[in-house]
Design a protein around this ligand. Structure first.
Ligand code: CDP
Length: 232
């Protein structure tokens, strides 16, 4: 494989394994992995902790927009746990942002144009050096429209719900599969229908439906395409 460094943009629906896949590719290539969804999740957590949601859980977007200058998001690799962790204003929030409580609210936060502007800028700064894999909803369309390799991931909604349910359960969270299914359905809808940079496949992205393929088959698929792209 050539040593040319590229940008790999992975977009797609909720819970179809984008981040696991992105991490595996980054590890294989020695690239940096950036989880753009974690930034929207951390912003949601900040909103919850600082009164941007009312008692019924409705978002006051004006409050959140006003709070944006107070939000700093960074990532740090934890050697002990061997994982990349998300920091909100200097505090590790990696576990808190993965809960269903955050998943329930994040797509409302991600609809706000001012939030997206701040996150996209940060993502572009983090990706200035090539040799990165970033996953999200608008990476191939908005954040890195010139990415050399764009992947659009999808999977059957019932399979996605089962995967996320297993993941949350393994972490010790008590959840109902129906609740997970409903959350995925709702987020897909909001993400695809929002006004600002909705989830959609970039024209030049390759579609990967991983409903019925193994992790190994998925890696093989990516390697074949990467070889072709890197040889160009
Ligand atoms: O891992 P999962 O598929 O559940 O979602 P995520 O990547 O952690 O993203 C959480 C939410 O953030 C999504 O449902 C979107 O509403 C939003 N998001 C976005 O709007 N744009 C991105 N680039 C990444 C995430």
């Amino acid at each position: 494989m050539s040593n040319r460094q590229v940008v790999i943009a992975i977009d797609g629906y909720s819970s179809c394994g984008k981040s696991t896949f992105a991490k595996a590719i980054a590890k294989k290539l020695g690239y940096a992995y950036i989880d753009s969804g974690a930034m929207y999740r951390a912003t949601t957590l900040y909103g919850l902790q600082n009164g941007a949601f009312d008692a019924e859980g409705t978002l006051n977007s004006t409050k959140l927009i006003q709070a944006l200058p107070q939000i700093t998001i960074t990532f740090k690799f934890n050697n002990e746990k061997s994982r990349n962790e998300t920091y909100l204003n200097g505090t590790c929030v990696e576990d808190e942002i993965r809960t269903i409580a955050i998943a329930d609210k994040v797509s409302r936060v991600a609809e706000i144009a001012e939030v997206r502007e701040q996150m996209v800028l940060l993502q572009q700064q983090m990706g200035q050096e090539k040799g990165i894999v970033m996953d999200g909803r608008d990476i191939g369309t908005v954040v890195f429209p010139d990415a050399e390799f764009k992947i659009f991931m999808t999977a059957d909604p019932a399979i996605r719900a089962q995967r996320r349910y297993d993941e949350l359960k393994a972490k010790g969270e008590t959840v109902d599969i129906k609740e997970v299914e409903e959350n995925i359905r709702k987020r897909d809808y909001i993400d695809e229908n929002r006004e600002v940079s909705p989830l959609r496949k970039a024209d030049d992205a390759l579609v990967l439906d991983n409903s019925h393929i193994t992790v190994e088959q998925q890696m093989k698929w990516v390697e074949e395409h990467l070889n072709r792209i890197l040889e160009k």
